[in-house]
Design a protein around this ligand. Sequence first.
Ligand SMILES: Cc1ncc(COP(=O)(O)O)c(C=O)c1O
Length: 478
Amino acid sequence: MPQILNSLITTLRDSPRFISAKNELLATIVESSESIQGVCSGSRSEEMINSYQASLKEFAKNRGRDLYFPFLASGIGSGPWVELVDGSVKFDMITGIGIHFFGHSHPALIEEMIKGLPGDIMQGNLEPGIEMNDLLNALLSRVGEGSRLAHGWLMCSGTMVNEVALKIVRQKKFPATKVLAFKDCFAGRSTAMQEITDNPSYRQGQPTYGEAHYLSFYDPKLGLNESIARTLGEMKELFIRYPGQFALLMTELVQGEGGFQYAPREFYVRIFDEAKKAGLALWMDEVQTFGRTGELFAYQKFGLNEYVDVVTVGKMLQACALLFTSEYAPKPGLVAGTFSGSTAALRTARRVLELLDEGQFLGEGGRIDRLSTEFVHGLEALKSSSCKGLIGEIRAVGGMIGFEPLNGTMDDVKAVLMKLFDLGVVAFYCGHGPYLIRMLPPLGAMESSHVSQVCRIIEQALVAVGAQRRAEPLKGKV
Ligand SMILES: Cc1ncc(COP(=O)(O)O)c(C=O)c1O
């Protein structure tokens, strides 16, 4: 990587005054953060409670819709714990739907943000900062052996990188424009992405353009061969019905919103081979899976490096990127955009990649793998003891951990989520029935003891909601 030798910023960041101010600021933040040592309900004076309720109400009014949880972050936390504005502290097991893999107030990330302070706040495509190039270098150097990914662009949301992925493939494949995707997939909420997302309730009142078509995903109940045969049959039918009209196949190798479902490698290989034969580009949407599955890219976890034409990443990276092969480089005018990210976020994103390497998070037996297994063992132990009948399926791939509470209805999930929140754990839901409690925990800031503490709270919540459910029919009869 070329070094910047003469710029003023290097002199500034290396100057004793800057370093001393940075260290002082960092130490002050760390000291404050370290005073957070676990779940607590904060100071519960009536004044505090009323003021918090008023802020929540005002925020809901400003948005025109209630929040899912009474959650307003104060801006500080400590590892897996997040502080709310009312001074309460919760275990954050959903991390803004997968953003804060390294937990809250991580010193190395804060330090990186401080280094980004001297200059401009936001960066974009016409006048990029060196941070944009550094981040692309860091991503492209990690795409793995056999990968053909050679270029990248940075955008400010997962939805936007997905839009660009779709556009660059369509430009190349013109006049083919149609999209093949798997049932239950999620791609974001823009007009195009909400059409690809297989959830009609997310596009109520919105037009669809007949561009997205769905394939059945792998079904463990059917088994490998039947699943492959079913999906290949559907593909064949679609290719006959719409000859030459499909541009690409979009795949979430582990479905996030759809409920942490994934297929064995052989399923992907057979379907991808067939799609390639038909001239489709293969786009992996790794906005949620990136860095979570135990490998940096989920396609590496499944050994599919050479198949990928375009990949999109976001969330835990702190920035969003699409990477693509030379074949798909866009013509001028197709891709740009004012914002590519804040300077602090772009720096932090590069640091996230370094921290994943430094902390031995990735690979078999890495920290993600180990903590994920501990979570699963904890949930299985509950399932076979105090929570018998209260936990159904448990699904986990690395830092994507879910379980079916009670009967797996949305009512069950919501009741358990609210109870968990009261007891000090923030989680969320996924799946399309059964619904699951979804956790995207900050494994980058967790130890085994945190996993057991969270499992204990899950146990309390399930037992309480289970008892409530058992009492409900009785209540009706009295
Ligand atoms: C698989 C997948 N794709 C795309 C998106 C959209 O990303 P964003 O919310 O950053 O626009 C998400 C967000 O949850 C996602 O999980």
